[in-house]
Design a protein around this ligand. Structure first.
Ligand SMILES: [Zn+2]
Length: 430
């Protein structure tokens, strides 16, 4: 976490002569913190201390003071608060050559939990994670077609999860959704693949659970998680997370900050048209990137290829075959089915076309692709690489295109990161 380290370095260097809080404030280049109140300064110190405990645990209060450059009295106030709120516990006494024995602090991993929710068309996942973002319980359930029904179902399931873990102190709920979220109202603006508009998940879920709820677009949440968990080395300041599922979403970290755009709805590259007069998209536009490069695109292509160019509708009622799932297509391609392989190749080609918008226009250090399609990385990556190289030659020396680890469940991890990044470290993404 480079920004965090910068803050520590600066605070160590500058802290001794003036008001430390204000110095830390002044040195953080955060447009969202233009108005520095003592409240935000205290929050920043709290985040710094909590993140130091996370990365250095077990750690004494004296060490925290030394590492952060904050005064001992400030450290005492903050750590007492963190212990009271169950984020942190006091463990064994340390051994020093002489003098009093300090008690070591560590994260309350066993007793503290975060609920992560990943909403997708067809299936939604709820997971309980500890403070290290390890999932300790998880369930999936069908996503109701109607948003009100879905919210009722979701709230009941989350309440049941909470009740069944009475020993856990819950710190919050992170929800990632397949659409953009209004920055101020926190309402889901539009989820084209669910047909939901202007939906409020936050208020009913907070009422049902009495916990704070953070809601964010899935691609944004994944981008935050990439930075937060630092899987790919330190110092990434320009990164795009591309979620490829029923649709395509992008979450953009530029200059170390999540790019939100006006009203928070930036990142809809999936709905930028790559074909004039192309096929109609669920958003109402024609020829959108996701019409050609999403899981749905591969399914449609496969269905058309296997029905002699006719759609299911044209086949009439005599054809009762269920359309394949995207997982079916991955499996068929793996087994050597030429039509499934061709559907994936076409998807990869169009992924490459759209990715050149990002490589040429934004020049990120890293593009992380998230979705089931990365299971076929050996097949799709050479195609993506070729298309990007042809259309965005400078990208080869600037941008790495990598798959997210499917085992880490990146979308769920992203929803957990929404809560973690709110409490730990500097508020780079506030
Ligand atoms: Zn569209």
């Amino acid at each position: 976490m480079k920004l965090f380290k910068d803050i520590i370095r600066l605070s160590n260097k500058l802290i001794y002569n003036l008001n430390d809080d204000l110095l830390v404030m002044r040195k953080i280049d955060l447009t969202s913190f233009n108005v520095a109140t003592s409240e935000t300064a205290r929050n920043i110190n709290r985040r710094i201390v909590l993140d130091l405990i996370r990365t250095r645990q077990p750690v004494s209060r004296a060490d925290l003071a030394r590492l952060s450059g904050l005064q001992r009295s400030t450290i005492s106030v903050i750590t007492d608060q963190l212990v009271g709120e169950k984020w942190v516990t006091e463990g064994a006494f340390g051994h020093l050559p002489r003098g009093r024995k300090p008690r070591f602090l560590h994260l309350n991993v066993e007793r503290t939990g975060i609920i992560g929710i990943n909403v997708r068309p067809v299936e939604t996942k709820i997971a309980l994670a500890d403070l290290n973002a390890q999932f300790t319980a998880q369930e999936s359930f069908p996503t109701a077609a109607n948003a009100d029904d879905f919210i009722t179902d979701l709230n009941e399931r989350v309440a049941t999860l909470i009740r069944s873990h009475p020993q856990v102190f819950f710190e919050g709920i992170g929800v990632s959704v397949p659409g953009r979220v209004d920055l101020e109202s926190k309402r889901l603006v539009f989820a084209p693949n669910l047909g939901w508009r202007d939906v409020d998940f936050k208020t009913p879920l907070e009422k049902a659970t009495n916990l704070s709820v953070e809601i964010e677009n899935a691609a944004n949440a994944c981008a935050l998680a990439e930075i937060w968990f630092e899987q790919r080395g330190e110092g990434i300041r320009d990164l795009v997370a591309v979620t490829i599922s029923e649709g395509i979403g992008t979450g953009i970290i530029a200059n170390g900050q999540l790019m939100r755009g006006a009203k928070g709805v930036a990142g809809e590259f999936g709905h930028v048209s790559i074909k004039e007069n192309g096929e109609l998209c669920k958003c109402g536009n024609r020829g959108c990137w996701e019409v050609y490069a999403s899981n749905s695109a591969a399914i449609n292509q496969y269905v058309q290829a296997t029905s002699g160019g006719r759609t299911n509708k044209q086949n009439g009622s005599s054809d009762n075959r269920q359309p394949p799932t995207f997982k079916d297509i991955l499996r068929l391609a793996e087994q050597g089915d030429a039509k499934a392989a061709e559907a994936l190749d076409q998807m990869a080609y169009h992924l490459g076309i759209g990715l050149t918008m990002l490589t040429t226009g934004i020049a990120p250090q890293t593009i992380v692709l998230i979705g089931e399609v990365t299971q076929a990385w050996k097949r799709i990556y050479p195609i993506i690489k070729r298309v990007v190289a042809e259309r965005s030659p400078s990208a080869q020396t600037i941008t790495r295109i990598v798959p997210a680890e499917a085992a880490e469940q990146p979308r769920l991890r992203g929803s957990v990161a929404l809560i973690l990044q709110k409490h730990f470290g500097a508020p780079a993404f506030a």
